[in-house]
Design a protein around this ligand. Structure first.
Ligand code: B12
Ligand code: SF4
Ligand code: SF4
Length: 276
């Protein structure tokens, strides 16, 4: 029955155009599987676990939609700003529909918003949400953490946005490959315009993150219709999407010579639709 429901759910996700889906039993928050790629000194506090938020929850289903790399390359821009909102809307809608699908199949389920904060001002005071989707995706075996503090997947590197569904259906967890995908190249940290990421290789992994520095930059960009920043996910060399979009050479971002047509295109896009 459990296997049948999982197959049905995978079919439904395909129908909804979701390329990435993962399953994590709530027990994984309590006892993270040994084969996970990282061992954290500090784990997520209990009140952030799915079973604390929805006590009936048995499984968390994580869905992901990719950030199209050639659009992200124009960031900060109105183009990436629009893409970000499109993905957010679709994630929320699809998660809501999936949870209703499960509820009508006899397993009461609820969706979660892909972010869960009212405004960047709130994050400047407390840069946290009540539930973390990157940890959920990690526990569902979808990837490993990067130096840039977000989840890297084999398919899209960090260029993927997630949301989750809490379901009362007891579903088997997906296997965890345990691969650490981050190469520690530190391109993410060296490209951050506000030094929010550590450039000290000897730091603990993942390194401490300057959340307020990053959120402050986001606030400034938002006023100009240019948020979010996204540079640390643009430059990351991990992800099959780089090959698909013919972008395996990341010097395209630091060197103009030989890549003039790309730089011309990004400069053109940046000139329109937002404030200076
Ligand atoms: C708040 C937030 C921000 C803030 C703070 C950044 C941060 N790193 O948390 C700001 C505005 C700066 C931000 C920026 C960005 N974000 Co953001 N953000 C979130 C949001 C809404 C909540 C994250 C959260 O609070 N998690 C909960 C806590 C438990 O996790 P944590 O902070 O990592 O806690 C760990 C440690 O800090 C430690 N810990 C130590 N002490 C304590 C104390 C307490 C009380 C707690 C709780 C934990 C804790 O324990 C935890 C386990 O390791 C999520 C959406 C969501 N709801 O998940 C998106 C999310 C993480 N963001 C995302 C992205 C992509 C970005 C940006 C690239 C912007 C962009 N879209 O282009 C940048 C990248 C910044 C970076 N390099 O990290 C994606 C990541 C996708 C992925 N592939 O992993 C998410 C998941 C959104 C989504 N729906 O996909 N973000
Ligand atoms: S989103 Fe921008 S400001 Fe924030 S950490 Fe990444 S590169 Fe730095
Ligand atoms: S840019 Fe390099 S160091 Fe940063 S997350 Fe990607 S692989 Fe890791």
């Amino acid at each position: 029955m459990e296997e049948f429901l999982k197959t049905k759910l995978r079919e439904k996700c395909q129908e909804l155009g979701l390329p990435l889906v993962g399953f994590a039993p709530v027990k994984r928050w309590e006892t993270p599987p040994e084969e996970l790629p990282h061992h954290f000194e500090e784990w997520i506090p209990e009140e952030f676990w799915p079973q604390s938020i929805y006590p009936e929850a048995q499984t968390v289903i994580v869905i992901g939609l990719p950030v199209q790399l050639p659009i992200l390359e124009t960031a900060p821009s109105i183009y990436y700003h629009e893409l970000y909102h499109t993905i957010n809307r679709l994630l929320d809608e699809k998660a809501y529909l999936l949870s209703n699908f499960l509820t009508s199949a006899g397993y009461p389920s609820i969706y979660l918003p892909r972010d869960g904060y009212g405004d960047i001002e709130v994050l400047l005071k407390k840069p946290l949400a009540f539930f973390s989707h990157k940890h959920a995706a990690y526990l569902a075996g979808l990837g490993s953490f990067g130096w840039n503090n977000v989840l890297l997947t084999p398919e899209y590197g960090p260029r993927i946005r997630f949301t989750s569904i809490f379901t009362t259906a007891p579903l088997e967890g997906d296997p965890i490959l345990g691969d650490d995908l981050c190469t520690r190249c530190l391109l993410c940290a060296r490209s951050c315009p506000v030094d929010a990421l550590s450039t000290k290789k000897e730091d603990q992994f993942p390194p401490p993150m300057g959340k307020i520095k990053c959120a402050t930059r986001s606030k400034k960009l938002r006023k100009k219709y240019l948020s979010p920043c996204g540079i640390c996910i643009k430059v990351c060399p991990v992800g099959k999407d780089r090959k698909i979009f013919n972008r395996t050479n990341t010097t395209i971002y630091t060197q103009k010579k030989g890549f003039e047509k790309y730089h011309r295109s990004w400069e053109h896009v940046k000139k329109y639709g937002s404030k200076k």
